[in-house]
Design a protein around this ligand. Structure first.
Ligand SMILES: Nc1ncnc2c1ncn2[C@@H]1O[C@H](COP(=O)(O)OP(=O)(O)OP(=O)(O)O)[C@@H](O)[C@H]1O
Ligand SMILES: Nc1nc2c(ncn2[C@@H]2O[C@H](COP(=O)(O)O)[C@@H](O)[C@H]2O)c(=O)[nH]1
Length: 209
């Protein structure tokens, strides 16, 4: 039987380090596929269409939603974000694992979808709220107003931490990346080895009889 890809969801308050960790994880394992989201947010300097996001206007976004082309979608910080369904289903059929950088609403929707049994969800906490703000500022890409809005929403996002399979505090980036690698390795072992164990255990018992 062809194995099915895992859906690895990473959520956190804005600025805790999801994108940085996702990038590092994909450098470690280039077979991982990143789910490039659609968004109505304008591009930041340096963001590339089709690599960081599919940037679109509200009409195009709504059209995708109405055609059932989004696996999940939500309004975050006043803009629309969504995960296109087609590439995820393709990756799963090919047995490839997909990484999602989505907020708690996206996490809930994917978990509740038909693909829910394939989800591994990870919540990233910042070491403190002042450090979260420092990281948002150090990124040097958002206005004071945008940063204030994201900080205001951070408590709401953090309140969903217990809905996730794993929760990591992203203090030291190397240590957090090592934890993510360990999670991925263990979850893949579980997926790949467990189905074959039924036959192995049956034979073990027969041989002993
Ligand atoms: N462990 C860490 N220690 C110090 N700085 C970090 C750490 N992890 C990430 N950063 C820095 O914090 C900033 C925000 O990180 P990043 O953009 O990855 O956050 P994010 O959670 O993806 O944010 P958003 O939700 O807005 O996309 C970046 O400048 C990144 O280099
Ligand atoms: N529910 C979804 N949330 C998403 C998606 N893509 C990104 N996000 C989340 O939005 C915020 C802000 O992202 P930014 O790039 O503007 O900083 C962040 O929390 C992301 O996780 C998505 O497809 N669905």
């Amino acid at each position: 039987m062809q194995r099915s890809g895992l859906l690895i969801i990473i959520s956190s308050p804005s600025g805790a380090g999801k994108s940085t960790l996702a990038r590092r994880l994909m450098e470690w394992d280039p077979t991982l596929r990143f789910s490039v989201s659609a968004t109505t947010r304008p591009p930041r300097p340096g963001e590339v269409e089709g690599q960081h996001y599919y940037f679109m206007d509200r009409a195009a976004f709504d059209e995708m939603v109405s055609q059932n082309q989004m696996l999940e979608h939500a309004e975050v910080f006043g803009n629309c974000y969504g995960s296109p369904r087609g590439p995820v289903e393709l990756a799963m059929a090919e047995g490839r694992d997909t990484l999602f950088d989505v907020d708690w609403q996206g996490g809930q929707q994917i978990r509740a979808s038909a693909l829910g049994p394939h989800v591994v969800s990870i919540f990233i906490l910042p070491p403190s709220l002042p450090e979260l703000e420092r990281r948002l500022r150090s990124r040097n890409q958002d206005s004071d107003e945008v940063i204030a809005r994201r900080m205001l929403k951070s408590r709401d996002e953090i309140s969903h931490w217990a809905e996730y399979d794993y929760v990591l505090v992203n203090d030291d980036i190397e240590a957090t990346e090592a934890d993510l690698r360990a999670i991925l390795t263990a979850e893949r072992l579980r997926r790949d080895r467990r189905p074959a164990l039924g036959g192995f255990v049956r034979k073990l018992m027969e041989d002993a009889a």
